[in-house]
Design a protein around this ligand. Sequence first.
Ligand code: UDP
Length: 251
Amino acid sequence: MKADSILPTVPIFGIRVSKVDMQATVSYLTDAVRKREPHQVITANPIMVMAALENPSYMEIMKSAELVVPDGTGVVWAAEYCKEPVAERVAGFDLLHELLRQGESYNWKVYLLGSTPEVIRATVSRLQSQYPRIVIAGYRDGYFGPEADEAVVADIVKVQPDLLFVARGADSQEPWIAKYKSQLNIPVMMGVGGSFDVISGKSKRAPVAFQKLRAEWLYRLLKEPTRYKRMLALPKFAVKVLREKDKVTKA
Ligand code: UDP
């Protein structure tokens, strides 16, 4: 079931973004786990919105996701600017941790897919010690081609996890989940980008000062200047919102 039939949403260029805070998001997804209702959860940022506007098949994926949360501060700003504010930013990294914390009370089963073999092993051991009552039912690295998809999906389906986190970069993780979500049939299937790199200690999340200034994107740009090309989507998104203010939230 799509979240927008239950949760309030704001359409950002046609993509329905949830307006509720972290706590309500977690409680909504807890219900999804209880009812075993499959959800593709997309953590939307301006880069993804711009990609969707340029690529109809990516737009289709964003539109058909059962739940889209406002991860990027640019998305939070756009909603506020168009007078349809969301309750707060729901960052994918924080949502991952909140779900694991919640899952401790229910002994949820989790499958972790993505990043390098070394990073995924370190991520499993960190998460297992941080959330001892979570069952890590399976994991594998994210470096495989389409020919391995069937085996990967079968391995995940076999353990019937409650949560599936996929860390393979936004270009491929969201289409991958969308393609296999009906086979996977997992209550929470969420792309988490570089989160395993941070959890494993391979890379650092932006310091709190950057987070408070709503400038995590700037920290990432400083750390990984090669990202600048894709980050041009940020000012493009801002200009589009400013120019098309009246159209942004018209679904
Ligand atoms: N990754 C992967 N398989 C790939 C490419 C990337 O598992 O074929 C992993 C990579 O190791 C990293 C994560 O995907 O842990 C996110 O990569 P990146 O930060 O480049 O992606 P973004 O989310 O920024 O697009």
